[in-house]
Ligand binder design. Structure first.
Ligand code: ADP
Length: 654
């Protein structure tokens, strides 16, 4: 499957990282007020955390140790001094009451606190496996807050809503782009990969946004306040201040070192996940063929192999994370042990009071957590940017309407001209070579030739499903590329070889060809296409709901519906790709009669194999190896004993 090789497997360079970050930011920019509120909430949470340990010091020093209120060998930072001044003249019991009141308020407002996602967190609550797919779905419903309590609850809910909005907007955009992409895009990469991009790569947007805007700013703010407080209040213990300064670069460097290896593993994991989805999609999409050909075992083995690969890639990614976290934990433990001895020594030496141990532990703990969060940022960002790159690849592809101009043509009065057109598929297969063809309104052209000669490709050029590599397609002298896609597709109706049936009523399925068609138009089109008798036999006639893919209908019935859809459209050009392939001779005759009437008001291009259809064409074009080798009426072409058409007819007649 070509999409398996086609994944974005190359690692992201720093330059591309910055590019992707800039694009992601531009995408979320309309939501800047929400992001600002998110940032403010995060700052408030941090301010609360930094305030909370001080009442503990007050309790230990002025209540338990009985030191005079206000006395401290280390100065209180200015943001806590007014609270201490408030306590002057109070008895130890009154101080206890004040601290209890403050603590109660703290519990209601922020409950407990942790770092980043370690407090109030929630996700989609889906059963999560070790695969990227379920993890991404959870990520699309994820929110967190550094604190809990009322503030945490509010922040969590606010963030969840923002996350949903980002994801919804991006998913809708990618889906819309996918629908507008040229048709051959989906022959190159499977639908499974496209679904993966829409569902599992898009949630990266919210992570990228928070990782760039909220996480660094709030963590840098916290680190700055902690280091400043250490300088201000604990300058008398220089080793502690130095340690606070050193902890930051040490932890940052350790995690940055691991970034490259983690990124490669993440890419491989995503790629393997997408392969698994593509294999499942391929197997299920072709379930009839798989079962009838007895290919179940082969499909199962292929899926098993891909699924195994996906898990093993993910395990390798998780292992890298475990090593990273282990390394950082070792550094953190070493620091905390050192801090413990340093604080004990300073308290025994009288350079600080016993109450200082509380704030210092909280500060160092927060310092470590915040630095780790910052260190993990680069690699988390890279991981999420892999998803964003796959999303932007879709957004960047030129959609059909972007290749076309804006001109409109009301109807086709003269004719269609295919002028020296060549076409090569994106994979390099040359199919058409300088093909020219003229068709006037009122004419029926039959394209005949062996399978693979290029008939379908040629017919795809007319509604611009594909763009010629060289040459032009003109309607009334106007290059179809100058016409808007909507206008062109309105002028050219195309009935595909494999009819598409939607989960809707019979009437609405036919009306897709012309939403203004009256009931009488529907009945007449259905009758011409030989569909009327079976529609009348359906439980509710035209109002019968057809299931997904029209599974309740036979292939021939679906084809008749698709033909009726083409006939009911008022398009001046009607292209039918092998319309009679699945019809019995009687229905085919009826269709041939109907086509006789149709061609009077339109240009009719029919790819056909059956002689009865071909014979009535005004011109028969024999396509061979990407070129039109013969053209003319049936009788004319039959005159040439060594001609390709005559050979074709003789083969047909046995
Ligand atoms: P016909 O309709 O005459 O049977 P087609 O136009 O479908 O022929 O195909 C012509 C040639 O183009 C075939 O060799 C086929 O393999 C090739 N082809 C068709 N679709 C693609 C594609 N998406 N990518 C590459 N080659 C293609």
């Amino acid at each position: 499957m070509s999409d398996k090789e086609n994944m974005s497997a190359e690692p992201i360079s720093t330059r591309e990282t910055l590019n992707l970050v800039a694009r992601s930011l531009r995408f979320v920019w309309p939501y800047w007020p929400r992001i600002l509120i998110q940032l403010i909430l995060s700052f408030i949470g941090i301010a609360m955390i930094l305030f909370l340990p001080w009442p503990l010091k007050i309790l230990i020093d002025y209540v338990i140790m009985g030191l005079p209120v206000g006395y401290s060998p280390t100065p209180f930072p200015p943001y806590i001094q007014p609270f201490v001044d408030l306590l002057h003249g109070m008895t130890p019991l009154e101080i206890v009451w004040v601290v209890i009141a403050v603590s109660c308020l703290g519990i209601v407002l922020i409950g407990s606190f942790g770092n980043g996602s370690s407090r109030d967190t929630a996700d989609g609550n889906l059963a999560q496996g070790l695969d990227t797919a379920t993890q991404s779905e959870n990520r699309a419903n994820e929110a967190s807050s550094r604190v809990s309590g009322l503030l945490g609850l509010f922040e969590y809910r606010f963030q969840l809503k923002t996350t949903h909005r980002f994801n919804h907007r991006l998913r809708s955009l990618v889906f819309q782009r996918l629908l507008a992409l040229p048709m051959n895009r989906f022959s190159d990469e499977s639908v499974g990969d496209a679904v993966y991009r829409v569902m599992y790569d898009t949630p990266a947007i919210s992570k990228v946004c928070y990782d760039i805007l909220v996480v660094p700013l709030s963590n840098i703010f916290l680190i700055a306040v902690v280091i400043w407080t250490m300088q201000y209040s604990y300058a008398s213990v220089p080793s502690l201040v130095l340690l606070a300064w050193l902890a930051v670069p040490m932890l940052l460097i350790s995690s940055l070192l691991m970034t490259g290896a983690t990124r490669r593993r993440s890419l491989a994991s995503r790629k393997a996940g997408a392969n698994t989805t593509a294999t499942a999609e391929e197997g299920l999409g072709n379930i009839r063929a798989v079962q009838s050909l007895g290919a179940n075992d082969r499909q199962r083995d292929e899926f098993k192999r891909d699924s195994n690969e996906s898990f093993s890639r993910y395990r390798s990614f998780v292992w890298m994370n475990v090593i990273l976290v282990g390394l950082q934990a070792a550094i953190a433990c070493g620091l905390i042990l050192y801090v413990f001895f340093d604080i004990a020594e300073a308290i025994i030496g009288g350079r600080m009071s016993p109450g200082d141990a509380g704030p210092l532990y909280v500060f160092f703990g927060q310092l470590l957590l915040s630095t780790l969060a910052l260190g993990a940022l680069w690699f988390k960002l890279q991981d999420n940017l892999v998803g964003m790159r796959r999303v932007f690849q879709i957004i960047d592809q030129q959609a059909d309407h972007e290749r076309h101009g804006k001109e409109t043509l009301e109807t086709v009065r003269e004719g269609l001209k295919i002028d020296q057109v060549s076409y090569t598929y994106p994979d390099g297969t040359p199919v058409l070579d300088s093909v020219s063809l003229d068709a006037r309104v009122g004419e029926m052209i039959a394209l005949v030739g062996t399978t693979g000669s290029g008939k379908t490709t040629l017919s795809y050029l007319i509604p611009a499903f594909i763009q010629p590599t060289a040459g032009r397609v003109l309607l009334d002298g106007i290059d179809t590329r100058q016409l808007s896609v909507g206008n062109l597709r309105g002028l050219v109706s195309f009935v595909f070889q494999e009819p598409a049936i939607f989960n809707d009523t019979v009437a609405n399925n036919i009306r897709l060809g012309n939403s203004d068609a009256s009931d009488a138009d529907l009945t007449s089109a259905a009758a011409s296409a030989g569909a009327l008798s079976f529609i009348r036999d359906l439980p509710e006639g035209f109002d019968t709901l057809l299931g997904r893919n029209g599974d309740t209908l036979s292939v021939g019935q679906k084809q008749r519906l698709a033909i009726a859809r083409g006939l009911v459209s008022q398009s001046p050009v009607l292209v039918l790709d092998e319309p009679t392939a699945a019809l019995d001779p009687e229905t085919e005759n009826a269709l041939v009669q109907a086509l006789q009437v149709e061609r009077e008001k339109r240009i009719l291009i029919v790819i056909a194999h059956r002689l009865s259809t071909i014979r009535m064409a005004d011109r028969i074009c024999v396509v061979d190896d990407g070129r039109i080798v013969e053209s003319g009426r049936h009788e004319e072409l039959m005159q040439n004993p060594s001609g390709a058409y005559r050979r074709f007819v003789e083969l047909q007649l046995g």
